[in-house]
Design a binder for this molecule. Structure first.
Ligand SMILES: N[C@@H](CCC(=O)N[C@@H](CS)C(=O)NCC(=O)O)C(=O)O
Length: 209
């Protein structure tokens, strides 16, 4: 297997953080987003959408989309569970993961791409204004949902934490501050930063040999 990825980009990051949390080692290959390598023919052959992450399987086929990649690994390595222990818990974890994506990852990514895009997209003040509003209300909602729990979905780390950390890591890179008034999120972030999996987010993968 090989994981094609780029550090900082939130979708590859949540997969890398998940793998590090589970202790699953997958060789990584760098595809440079700032250089536009995701649109080169060799990457389009892996994912015709020209995006990251992509998982190359041992039979030479590919899986795209960060969440299905995570779900695939979770089925291969169910312990310790990071998507809940039973059907109801799994539904709750997946709900919080979706909430983290829609209320943090997406608005933060949209805001950064509309103001100072690392992909070189032109600034778009209208989109930036919309994303800023969505970010403000989304982070408020998430702060309430996380409350005093040690992790987003309760007492143990789950894929919801991986998504939220990927969002906050991209926010730091884009110099977007998480307002200190969100005390639960601030506490959660400070604690997650100390986990070994957080270091996986900033490691630079090697280029293809
Ligand atoms: N839904 C996809 C989104 C993948 C995605 O948008 N990846 C971004 C990096 S975070 C990307 O490759 N962007 C490059 C581009 O769109 O050209 C997933 O979850 O994997």
């Amino acid at each position: 297997m090989k994981l094609y990825c780029f550090p900082v980009a939130p979708n590859p990051t949540r997969v890398r953080v998940y793998l590090a949390e589970k202790g699953i080692e997958v060789p990584e290959v760098l595809v440079s987003l700032p250089k536009g390598e995701q649109k080169h023919p060799e990457h389009l052959a892996r994912d015709p959408q020209g995006r990251l992450p992509v998982l190359e399987l041992d039979d030479g086929s590919y899986l795209t989309e960060s969440l299905p990649i995570i779900e695939y690994f979770e089925e291969l390595h169910p312990e310790p569970p990071m998507i809940g222990h039973d059907p109801l818990e799994r539904a709750r974890v997946r709900t919080l993961e979706r909430i983290a994506e829609m209320n943090a990852l997406l608005p933060i990514a949209r805001y950064i791409h509309a103001t100072n895009s690392p992909l070189g997209l032109p600034p778009n003040p209208v989109l930036a204004g919309e994303a800023e509003k969505a970010m403000a209300s989304g982070l408020r909602l998430l702060d309430e949902r996380v409350g005093e729990r040690p992790f987003v979905a309760g007492d143990a780390p789950t894929i919801a934490d991986c998504t939220l950390y990927a969002a906050f890591f991209f926010a730091e890179f884009g110099k977007v501050a998480i307002p200190a008034e969100h005390q639960n999120l601030t506490r959660w972030h400070a604690a997650w930063r100390e986990r070994p999996s957080a270091a996986a987010a900033s490691r630079r993968p090697p280029r293809a040999a």
